[in-house]
Design a protein around this ligand. Structure first.
Ligand SMILES: C[C@](O)(CO)[C@H](O)COP(=O)(O)OP(=O)(O)OC[C@H]1O[C@@H](n2ccc(N)nc2=O)[C@H](O)[C@@H]1O
Ligand SMILES: Nc1ncnc2c1ncn2[C@@H]1O[C@H](COP(=O)(O)OP(=O)(O)OP(=O)(O)O)[C@@H](O)[C@H]1O
Length: 283
């Protein structure tokens, strides 16, 4: 098994997101379909004997102790008794607060990479459980397979869906996941369906109308994209996406985007680039 010199932290899309109810602890029962994109951040790890966790460069507005990369490394380190040190370098490409899971993916990549590089021998179950302590979306990135998720997002059923191309637009706004989930106007009453039924239904995102209302930038991006293809929001926004059969069809639409709209084109994949990069290499 060869280990990569830099580790991918891919984006995710929620192809649908249903909110089924709110639990007593404030967390929401949901049903969602996660796929990965072949596009994301990159992390490099230089392990040492220093017993310190260093991260560069700093993320604007995110103190070191709150950075999910630092928190993931610290959580792993706390489970061990020997000194463990690392300098982590982040090549940040994903928008923050975009609903494409950049912070969660960075955390998962840190757990998976340092488990190998510090030789901790923790199994995926343990890494996913550590990830859950960092955020609802971290376990699916640790597992690394497209999944139908239920519960508060922790019950994962691996699924295989057709691998399409996606144009993802990044509206110039940061949407707070916590703000959307605490908004009194969020609809929370979609019935729970079986995965078999969901596959036959038209897909929707229950957060979309509320986010459009609170953030006109999202409404504008979506109405522009809808002129070209069926489109939806991912997660709690802000990003919106449309699906295409080919890369060139997606790029053609992106080429028409006005200056105020940034975006990217990426392939949807069932196996996370984090996992596909860890396949044994045969000589
Ligand atoms: C909506 C999704 O983006 C779908 O992928 C995620 O479930 C959100 O995942 P995340 O960003 O990792 O979320 P966390 O960092 O765990 O929580 C952010 C905020 O969202 C709320 N939250 C999150 C997940 C959930 N099932 N119900 C919630 O109410 C939490 O109360 C918290 O205030
Ligand atoms: N390494 C990190 N990368 C991005 N954001 C981070 C990181 N560490 C902490 N954060 C914080 O987490 C917040 C949400 O980040 P993230 O980019 O994961 O949002 P998101 O794409 O909306 O995620 P989700 O879809 O899981 O809700 C950021 O605004 C930032 O304050």
């Amino acid at each position: 098994m060869t280990l990569p010199t830099r580790w991918p932290a891919p984006a995710k899309l929620n192809l649908f997101l249903h909110i089924n109810g709110r639990r007593a602890d404030g967390y929401h029962e949901l049903q969602t379909l996660f796929i990965f994109l072949d596009h994301g951040d990159w992390l490099s790890f230089a392990v040492d004997e220093s017993d310190a966790i260093r991260l560069e460069p700093a993320l604007p507005g995110v103190p070191l102790e709150q950075n999910l990369i630092y928190r993931a490394a610290a959580l792993l380190k706390a489970s061990q008794s020997r000194p463990l040190g690392v300098t982590i370098t982040l090549d940040k490409r994903l928008p923050m607060g975009g609903g494409i899971g950049g912070g969660s993916s960075d955390a998962a990549t840190t757990l998976v990479a340092l488990n190998r590089l510090w030789d901790l021998k923790l199994d995926d179950e343990t890494l996913a459980e550590l990830g859950r302590q960092l955020g609802a979306d971290v376990p699916v990135f640790v597992r690394g397979h497209a999944a139908f998720a239920e519960g508060v997002g922790e019950k994962l059923q691996p699924v295989t869906v057709p691998q399409k191309w996606y144009l993802v637009l990044v509206p110039p706004v940061h949407v707070s996941t916590a703000a959307i989930f605490t908004d009194p106007e969020l609809p929370r009453d979609t019935p729970k369906y079986s995965w078999a039924t969901l596959q036959e239904m038209d897909w929707k995102n229950d957060c979309q109308e509320l986010v459009k209302k609170r953030h006109p930038e999202v409404a504008n991006a979506l109405s522009w994209l809808l002129e070209y293809a069926p489109s939806r929001m991912t997660g709690t926004g802000a990003c919106v996406f449309a699906e295409f059969e080919t890369e060139s069809a997606a790029r053609k639409v992106l080429a028409n985007a006005p200056n105020w709209l940034q975006g990217f084109v990426a392939q949807g994949v069932n196996l996370s680039p984090l996992r596909s990069g860890l396949q044994p290499v045969c000589a």
